[in-house]
Design a protein around this ligand. Structure first.
Ligand code: KIV
Length: 275
């Protein structure tokens, strides 16, 4: 197993991801919530880190992401940003923290000042004004569509989205409106691979997938999932990189390197992880 350069590689920026997209180079993303793992991810060369509100489930033991607060996101973003100067850091705005434009601006400011480079928000065309105002104020957004966990009570569970023609059409329209409003990235969760491929080919911004097939520009997994630390049954798209594929030593840095290389060379996700 080859260990890549330590945590002093050039910082990954949105321009880096744009260049990757142009030449067809994939990028890796993992969730991270604290300094030690952020440091290891820097050593492994992970391109982007998501300080996800999934921390509500994997760190706090909540049954959904809904209880997570802006203060939680600020705290965990600070911990990650102190320990990793390589990855582009994306931070979730948590449930109901961007329901009004005023809240969106104040809370985006808080997480950007904590060290985020990009703010991630869940939803469709209804976010257009927020995306535009944030872009005008120097805050890049990643818009999260498909299965949006903050809306679990609307969906009635964590289910694959975009399966019907009407749903797929709506998702494409939402992406178009949000990209036109100034969204810098798109994240697609649990959508059919064919729909994710269409989105990736149609829009110039980088598209990250989780449970969205192999054709998106980048891939993201929740760190605990890819280390096989499950508190619930893992989803179809999860792979345990600590156990699988030649990580004979079972070391965490090795798992991060293995994941990074598997995303870069296109071997993850495979068909068994795809809807
Ligand atoms: O919060 C999170 O970790 C996420 C990923 C599941 C994409 O949004």
């Amino acid at each position: 197993m080859t260990y890549l350069a330590p945590n002093h590689q050039a910082p990954i920026t949105l321009s880096t991801l744009a260049k990757y997209k142009k030449v067809g180079e994939k990028f890796s993303c993992l969730t991270c919530y604290e300094a030690s793992f952020a440091h290891l991810m820097g050593q492994a060369g992970i391109d982007t880190i998501l300080v996800g509100d999934s921390l509500g489930m994997v760190v706090q033991g909540q049954s959904s992401t809904l209880p997570v607060t802006v203060a939680d996101m600020v705290y965990h973003t600070q911990n990650v940003a102190r320990a990793n100067s390589h990855a582009l850091i994306m931070t979730d705005l948590p449930f109901m923290s961007y329901a009004t434009l005023t809240d969106a601006v104040a809370n985006a400011r808080a997480v950007m000042q904590a060290g985020a480079n990009v703010v991630k928000i869940e939803g469709g065309s209804e976010l257009a004004e927020i995306v535009q105002v944030l872009a005008n104020n120097g805050v890049p957004t990643c818009v999260h569509l498909g299965l949006t966990p903050q809306s679990v009570n609307v969906f009635g569970g964590y289910k694959v989205q975009g399966k019907t023609d009407a749903q797929a059409e709506k998702l494409l329209k939402d992406c178009e409106i949000l990209v036109n409003a100034g969204a810098s990235m798109i994240l697609l969760e649990c959508v059919p691979a064919s729909l994710a491929k269409t989105v990736t080919e149609k829009f110039a911004v980088p598209v990250i997938g989780i449970g969205a097939g192999a054709d998106t520009d980048g891939q993201v997994l929740v760190m605990h999932d890819m280390l096989g630390v499950y508190t619930r049954k893992p989803a179809k798209f999860v792979k345990d990189f600590l156990k699988d594929d030649g990580n004979e030593t079972g070391d965490i840095l090795g798992a991060f390197v293995n994941y990074h290389n598997s995303v870069k060379n296109g071997s993850f996700p495979s068909i068994e992880h795809t809807f």
